[in-house]
Design a protein. Structure first.
Length: 234
């Protein structure tokens, strides 16, 4: 579904990424691991049209998307849950979710997708009229994911979805992501939580200093001594 071929990308005159090649097959969950500053967010922003791609190609279903506007990329069904959630804190949960239905195809299906989101995250139904700003960190992350799901993504990209959350909340969120994937949505997760990514994704790429340092099936990388030492504390 998504093919990234030898891209260099960054901001202004500065390249953060060099020679990045990865693949996200349709219906798969793919993980992107790496420490702070490795370039994970820049890669996600490059896919979403928010960082400059200086060379190489990003293909979505065989068609190049580098150089397209973020709005055009969203219309293709590539939806990002950004690090930091980027909610509207003074708006209600219901209004934040309604703002997710900005894709033309999502507007007419809003009532149906809203029910599905509230089934995934019942707390959003219970508190739908409360301001987003009063939610806990975990509830805000649920709302950010729910807002993305209302957009009816074909490819859902998440940037550090477990950051700052309690273990039980992380488990709940990753359980929902597995259900979303089972429902036909392809998922790319950028994370520092190596254990959760290796347990959830089928294929994992490890990004270090703007380059792919390791790649392979999650079961193989989980047995890799370097990965165990650097990311799993073994």
């Amino acid at each position: 579904m998504l093919e990234i071929k030898n891209i260099a990308a960054g901001y202004g005159q500065f390249d953060v990424l060099a020679d990045i090649t990865l693949s996200v097959p349709q219906d798969a969950i793919v993980g992107l691991l790496g420490p702070n500053g490795a370039g994970k967010s820049t890669l996600i922003r490059a896919i979403s049209g928010l960082a400059q791609v200086r060379s190489g190609q990003i293909l979505f279903e065989g068609r190049p998307i580098q150089g397209k506007s973020p709005e055009d990329i969203v219309e293709l069904g590539i939806i990002q849950v950004p690090q930091g959630r980027m909610l509207f804190p003074d708006l209600s949960i219901a209004d934040n979710l309604r703002l997710g239905a900005f894709r033309k195809s999502a507007r007419s299906a809003f009532d149906k997708t809203l029910k599905q989101v509230e089934d995934y995250f019942p707390i959003l139904r219970e508190r739908r009229n409360q301001r987003a700003g009063v939610l806990s960190g975990g509830e805000q992350q649920m709302l950010a994911i729910g807002r993305a799901l209302v957009a009816q993504p074909r490819l859902l990209i998440l940037d550090e979805p477990s950051l700052g959350l309690a273990p039980l909340v992380i488990e709940s969120i990753f359980d929902v992501l597995r259900k979303v994937n089972a429902g036909g949505v392809t998922v790319l997760i950028a994370e520092q939580n190596a254990m959760k990514v290796l347990q959830t994704a089928e294929t994992v790429y490890v990004l270090e200093n703007g380059r792919i340092a390791h790649r392979g099936p999650s079961c193989e990388l989980a047995e890799n001594e370097t990965i165990q030492r650097s990311y799993l504390g073994i």
